[in-house]
Design a protein around this ligand. Structure first.
Ligand code: HEC
Length: 200
């Protein structure tokens, strides 16, 4: 059965076509079905308007949040800080006292080859320049980590050379262990007077 467009429905109901509501405007005999946007889609749309208003206030009016450019810069800075740190720690051995004869002999060789003796004496007894390394008194602390750090970074202001560019971490650890294991407590003749704090 053919249904006539714009059939007038009795009883004050809205006009329908094929049982579907029509808008009721006609143009050249063409009419438009009234197909409202489903409510869920409307709510999504309202929500996106509310969201964009809040976004605008948050990012552009009060500038509380970082825009992508600033966020990018922050992430890049954090990333390069991470790279810097891992580069610094690369190859850094765990700072534990080495006690094997092999390591301590290697430490002794380094002590002689690197001319530590010029400033600390042949036996580590200290001289006019450098402090005694055989007593239990330390200017920069007497743990393996302290001694390692002093040799690595030096004390340029006081005349102690930094060795980080000349010695690998492993070698610094060997010479530091040599000082603590063999020189410390060796009571050499002509020892320089104690300097710094006693470390038991
Ligand atoms: C040019 C002289 C010089 C040379 C070379 C030198 N040192 Fe030193 N060293 C010093 C001086 C000076 C100090 C004291 C720094 C201070 O007063 O803070 C020192 C301090 C130290 C300390 C810390 C002592 C403490 O009481 O805390 C250690 C450990 C040390 N040197 C080890 C070495 C080793 C190992 C070498 C060789 C690889 C070496 N030094 C080479 C001058 C030197």
């Amino acid at each position: 059965m053919e249904t006539k467009a714009n059939e007038t429905v009795a009883g004050g109901q809205k006009p329908k076509y094929d049982g579907k509501p029509i808008i009721g405007k006609e143009f050249d005999g063409i009419e438009e079905l009234n197909n409202p946007v489903p409510p869920w889609l409307m709510w999504l749309w309202y929500a996106s308007i509310i969201f964009s208003a809040m976004y605008f206030v948050y990012y552009h009016v009060y500038q509380i949040g970082d825009l992508q450019e600033a966020e990018y810069q922050k992430q890049m800075a954090a990333a390069s800080a991470g790279i810097e740190e891992s580069r610094e720690n690369a190859g850094q051995p765990e700072l534990v006292l080495l006690t094997s004869e092999e390591d301590l002999d290697a430490g002794e060789t380094i002590f002689k080859e690197k001319l530590c003796a010029t400033c600390h004496g042949q036996l580590g007894e200290g001289n006019a320049i450098g402090p005694n390394l055989t007593d239990k008194y330390w200017l920069h602390g007497g743990t393996i980590a302290d001694v390692y750090e002093v040799i690595k970074e030096g004390v340029p202001a006081k005349g102690m050379t930094p060795y980080k560019d000349q010695l690998s971490s492993e070698k610094i650890l060997q010479v530091a262990s040599y000082i603590l294991e063999r020189l410390q407590g060796s009571n050499p003749p002509n020892a320089k007077e104690p300097q710094g704090e006693a470390v038991e």
